[in-house]
Design a binder for this molecule. Structure first.
Ligand SMILES: Cc1ncc(COP(=O)(O)O)c(C=O)c1O
Length: 376
């Protein structure tokens, strides 16, 4: 898709191609980010570019812990946080730490495709379970799917590619189910919550944290999306302070951060985000983009679940063959991604973290294709 996009842009001109295929936000980081960078450049902290503790600067970890404490009401401290190279780095560190060869990791489709690669990196076996019509994890399938080899369940809310936000009831029941299954098999099962979109949430919803519902929760997050710093690779892992394997996990994470070759999250970004824990890109702008595109697509006859967070939508493909449908849209210079890439054929993903001109420009192509397939 990426390469075809470049070819289309060369052929038709950048302004005539409506690229909704990438989760790479066009928003710039907030003004506070620039302020912090300037402050550090003008008043450098002695030794700020040297090696550090592999877990990250205690001050930054304390700031992340304070933020999570405020969000969850659970008292987290510097001892519960490891700074990482993005959520991707965090996921690899966690999986490397907890997996033995052949351990199963449960995911729900549609899923962020890199999960499969990360699990494979560390000798795990991915087991994919379904979601329901609203893209919520099917807990009946989870109940049947957990076995003696299940080591972890990965959830991702707000979700890429659907924009679904898991409700408190879902998270609560999930936690109960994992406790029941641990007792049944005499195992420990970790709930890995992948949360890079945690703060990009709409309609006044409150994010329900797994930390409030399951002690063996491990949070992986980053500032790639909430501060629009995807290229800076700054994220973290948080462990529930009351988890009975807390110290062993933390030692494992710090060791694996080092031996996987990340060593530590970048020093400069740790210094910057330390003071930005309360800052977020203007989420209302994403909500406006969601409302604009969702409204138009529904009017054209597309069938889709209204996203409640992140910046993706996952409509049904009017053709059974989602790859063929994505090619139809491509004829109108509208670029999207087939649902098969997320383990869910029959859908396609739209990423709306683009400028308004691109969104507006894409409507003609969506309308042409809707008419062709008699959606209207
Ligand atoms: C669901 C999900 N998890 C993890 C990541 C990786 O994020 P990061 O840039 O923090 O490594 C992404 C990036 O798009 C994502 O969509």
């Amino acid at each position: 898709m990426f390469e075809e996009g470049i070819a289309l842009k060369q052929r038709y001109g950048e302004e005539n191609v409506f690229d909704l295929s990438l989760g790479n936000p066009v928003m710039e980081p907030p003004a506070e980010f620039v302020r912090e960078l300037k402050r550090l450049a003008e008043h450098p902290i002695s030794g700020m570019h040297r090696y550090m503790e592999n877990a990250g600067y205690p001050e930054t970890r304390a700031a992340v812990a304070a933020q999570l404490s405020q969000e969850t009401g659970i008292k987290l401290t510097v001892k519960d946080i490891v700074m990482t190279c993005g959520a991707a780095g965090a996921l690899n560190v966690v999986l490397k730490t907890i997996l033995n060869q052949g351990d199963e990791v449960i995911l729900f489709a549609p899923y962020f495709v890199e999960f499969l690669n990360y699990i494979d990196n560390h000798g795990g076996v991915a087991k994919v379970l379904p979601t329901d019509e609203q893209f919520m994890p099917r807990l009946d399938a989870l109940e049947a799917g957990i076995g003696p080899k299940t080591r972890a369940v990965i959830i991702n809310s707000p979700n890429n590619p659907t924009g679904a936000v898991y409700g408190e009831d879902v998270i609560h029941r999930l936690g109960e189910l994992l406790c029941e299954k641990e007792a049944q098999y005499g195992t420990d099962i970790f709930l890995i919550s992948d949360e890079p979109y945690r703060k990009i949430i709409y309609d006044g919803l409150k994010y329900p944290s797994p930390l409030n519902h399951y002690l063996r929760s491990i949070i992986v997050a980053s500032h790639s999306k909430d501060l629009a710093l995807a290229g800076e690779r700054i994220g973290y892992i948080a462990v529930h302070p009351d988890c009975d394997q807390h110290d062993e996990l933390m030692n494992g994470f710090i060791f694996c951060n080092r031996t996987l070759g990340f060593v530590n999250a970048t020093a400069l970004m740790q210094q910057v985000v330390r003071h930005l824990q309360q800052v977020t890109v203007p989420v209302a702008e994403y909500q406006q983009k969601r409302d604009f595109l969702y409204g138009h697509l529904v009017n054209m006859g597309y069938s889709l679940v209204k996203p409640q967070g992140a910046f993706y939508m996952f409509p049904k493909s009017p053709l059974e063959d989602d790859v063929a449908f994505v090619r139809e849209l491509q004829q109108w210079q509208v670029l999207t991604v087939p649902g098969s890439g997320f383990g869910t054929p029959g859908h396609f993903r739209i990423s709306y973290c683009v400028d308004d001109r691109t969104l507006e420009g894409s409507l003609a192509g969506f309308r042409e294709v809707a008419e062709k397939f008699n959606l209207c």
